[in-house]
Design a protein around this ligand. Sequence first.
Ligand code: LLP
Length: 445
Amino acid sequence: MMTDFDTEISKHDGFSISEQGNLLFEECSLEELAKIYGTPCYIYSENIIRRSCREYISALVEADIDYEVIYAGKAFLVQAFCKILAEEGFGLDASSGGEIYSALAAGFPAKRIYFHGNNKSEEEISFAIENNVGTIVIDNRNELESVNRIAGGKKCLINIMIRVTPGVDTHTHSKIRTGQLDSKFGFPISEMKDFFPEILSKENLIYKGLHCHIGSQLFETEPYFLAIEEMVQLIKIIFKEYQTKTEYLSLGGGLGVKYTDRDKPVSIKDFVQQIIKKVKKAFHQNDLPLPIVIMEPGRSIVAEAGITLYTVGALKEIRGIKKYLIVDGGMADNPRPSLYSAQYKAIIVNKYNQESTEEVSVAGKYCESGDILIQNIRLPQAEAGDLLMFLTTGAYQYSMASNYNGVPRPPVVLVNKGKDGLMVRRETYQYLNQNQVFPEWLAHK
Ligand code: LLP
């Protein structure tokens, strides 16, 4: 008999079975964790996070090129995690004042922060400059003006990179595709040649390099190769026509991960190796000095390090049509299925050693018919009270979670070698209400 452990869990890292027969994640009993922290609950493996960080770094060292790896904070960013990143020698792509604030509060080195975003407010720009954020990635003309003006007002010189859309299409969900010409991000590459003198004319800005990000959850390296070719041509123009060296080239993030067995991502090692090989070749062929290459992974660092626990609260059978298993979370803690039709694997923790005998859909508790976390999955016979675990939930879930229906967001727990500790407490009703006030004319008498 094949159990869910054999068919599903054994293919994922971090899991084992205790002598008593309990399912463990990083040597912590999942049923025990659910009792301590309640459900829903996000759980992260420190070991898997550190291992993916090290895979990027060792592949880049092996590829023998000057590099920086900066983690894309939008995938998941909390203070305890920033500490791990800093220890692993990573930089940070922060896309808002809020992300910069969390990183600084955790003691993350400001110089290693790159400030991204396509509409940074004046307050955010000032905040970044006052806190010595290392580099601002300029997205558009207005921003070039405002960063230059604000830097001037503070008598500062600011390192900038320019975000360019290289006009490369990728095979990923349209909502997470960013490198094509028609994009709200960055400068169209074709306009850069004429625009470059304006960049150089800004007296408070120091041009450091170019940035591109072509998309997310990508399984192929070919689109990166095309982007590299485009970027090299631009770097050549900048070098030849404006005698300006492009010190840094950021290729963004985007490496895909395994949500279900259908996903076949390239390994971090192979990805880095192929990309750097292409960079070296392209720069060599164009007689250009090699840049410092920046990689900006988000999902491939955290996605597979995270799981989510839910408790089954109700079962509903629409006779002859479908059986729903309803959990105590849903689209507010994981908006990805409803936003991108994202697919997940799940197992019943307390029945991991049983055979999957029935097909069900996993529905959330939120007041929308679209709140379905998994359409059609085979699971053992489920009952109310079962503990359901979703795999690969570390990226773009907690960071995109909402308080829809007034539900407090779940806690975030870190586990390692049998230890468990909170990184974020479960929100409370008080927390959700703390910023609410009454306009004067409605105020309590
Ligand atoms: N750099 C930039 C400029 C980005 O915009 C992104 C992601 C990354 C790096 C990191 O990409 P990653 O390595 O994580 O693929 N919410 C969507 C994904 C949005 C990605 C946004 N940008 C999802 O849940 O699939």
